[in-house]
Write a protein that binds this ligand. Structure first.
Ligand code: CS2
Length: 492
């Protein structure tokens, strides 16, 4: 079968959408770090719409960890397909906005040179929560992180996204290449400000005066990004080949829903992403809190409890009547009262729509995928809500159940005693805790709750929080997830 590429475009079936511009005539104006499925189904699609009118905003996509995506993209002139699947049916769109694909591991100098190129005026990033090498409870750079230690020692061959960014800023300063905006597209709390703090701390460790240059030349608007994009499966590649009639090695499958809310605080020119449906606002905070706590918070509950109930996919977990009842009650009783309603949003409708989105059976979104990196996700997904509830003198019993489910999951064995492959930067610490405590539930719960980088010093020290979570962990080990969940709901 022929490969997707520029010459294949005119011969695609008419139902397949394709660039409304000549990809070969596009100039590169954006550098993106993290060429994963989420970027390709989200920011790159908004940019694809912009390019039809304004061809100066092509994307130079940079992979930091592996060369797989960049090699595959290069073999098809960086074209790829976004397929949406849901109740509305199936759509396919070939996206042309990624114009260059670089693998940082093989070409540090090339990436740094691009970051210092005056034509690049916007840098975006999707490197996941753990990609910022920070302490999730405080948001500060983790100076003991092995990648940070490496990048301070070898500043021109950085491994981390932050090291790469700071190397780029240093080169940009030297080249007098002008101001630039960094747009974080990861699910961190106050993502712009948080990353600005991390970058500044790293810059201070690297070069005197660089942090001041960054303050004067770089802005870090916050954003809320939303689209459910599971990891691409081999069967998706086959499906897309059937739809296109040519082979695309790196298609992306997503839901139809998409949302991007961006603080309008740019240091230089920017793409008119609103043409693709993005919302430019003065303050992203209410949108971000709503999304992190209601969507991502519920997602994590579905992932840990759902996995322990034997659900492979998120849609199965969301269709489990008891688990759905837990998540719906959690949203209505504990989370919604802590969320300020963003302009134009009806929170009840938002929650109902979330349940529908979670239940999309056409998306093979694994509970194990969402369960990854819990130590980096819990603070913004659940623990901020718990803190707000404590401050308001309100209950957080249902969220404590989620925390207990995470601890049960992270202990590395399910209710049948089968081992769970834990993917988390703290996985070795979790395994050590299990060994040290011989998996005795109360001791194990205590040791998890002592992880300050997750729970902060405040929640670690709260005897009420500890007492509540310990009791639930102990019940989970004794009775299993199904019985504990029924009891949590008052069904038994
Ligand atoms: C998910 C998110 O994997 C996860 O942790 O909760 O990737 C989620 O699908 C997106 O944030 C939706 O916008």
């Amino acid at each position: 079968m022929n490969r997707l590429g520029l010459t294949a475009l005119p011969r695609l079936p008419p139902a397949v959408a394709r660039p409304a511009y000549d990809p070969a005539a596009v100039a590169v104006g954006i550098l993106h770090l993290g060429l994963g499925a989420f970027h390709r189904a989200h920011q790159a699609v908004y940019t694809d719409t912009v390019l039809a009118r304004d061809p100066q905003w092509g994307i130079c996509g940079v992979s930091l960890k592996t060369a797989r995506a960049t090699e595959a993209l290069r073999a098809q002139q960086s074209l790829y397909t976004v397929v949406t699947r849901g109740e509305e049916g199936v759509t396919a769109r070939v996206v042309g906005s990624v114009r260059e694909a670089l693998f940082a591991g093989a070409d540090h100098a090339g990436v740094i040179a691009r970051l210092a190129d005056p034509r690049i005026r916007v840098i975006t990033a999707t490197v996941t929560e753990k990609g910022y090498c920070h302490d999730p409870a405080t948001g500060a750079l983790n100076t003991a992180h092995p990648d940070v230690v490496h990048d301070v020692a070898y500043p021109n061959a950085p491994r981390s996204a932050v090291g790469m960014l700071v190397a780029g800023f240093s080169a940009r300063r030297a080249a007098a290449a002008g101001p630039v905006t960094f747009v974080c597209c990861d699910n961190l709390p106050h993502n712009g400000g948080t990353v600005a703090g991390i970058v500044r701390a790293f810059a201070d460790a690297r070069e005197s005066g660089l942090a001041a240059w960054i303050d004067a030349n770089v802005t870090f608007p916050s954003t809320m990004v939303d689209r459910i994009v599971p990891a691409t499966q081999p069967s998706d590649v086959d499906d897309v080949a059937r739809i296109l009639g040519v082979h695309d090695a790196v298609p992306v499958v997503a839901e139809a829903f998409t949302q991007w809310v961006i603080e309008d605080r740019f240091a230089a020119a920017r793409p008119s992403w609103e043409e693709g449906g993005a919302q430019m606002v003065g303050d992203v905070a209410p949108f971000e809190t709503m999304k992190l706590r209601l969507l991502n918070g519920s997602h994590s509950t579905l992932a840990y409890a759902g996995f322990l109930l034997g659900h492979e996919y998120a849609w199965q977990a969301a269709l489990d009547p008891q688990l759905a009842a837990l998540v719906e009650r959690q949203m209505a009783v504990e989370i919604m009262p802590t969320v300020q309603t963003p302009p134009g949003i009806d929170l009840r409708h938002y929650c109902a729509q979330l349940m529908q989105r979670f239940r999309n059976p056409a998306l093979p979104h694994r509970t194990a995928q969402i369960a990854m990196d819990g130590s980096q996700k819990l603070p913004q997904r659940w623990l901020g809500t718990v803190r707000d509830r404590v401050r308001a003198g309100a209950t957080y019993d249902l969220l404590a159940f989620s925390v207990a489910a995470w601890i049960r999951y992270a202990s590395g064995r399910d209710d049948e005693g089968k081992s769970i492959a834990i993917a988390d930067p703290l996985a070795a610490t979790f395994a050590q805790i299990v060994r040290d405590t011989h998996a005795a539930p109360l001791n194990l719960a205590d040791a998890f709750l002592d992880l300050h980088q997750v729970f902060g010093t405040d929640l670690s020290a709260s005897s009420v929080f500890r007492h509540t979570v310990r009791a639930k962990v102990s019940a989970l080990f004794r009775d299993g997830m199904r019985v504990s969940l029924a009891r949590q709901l008052g069904d038994v």
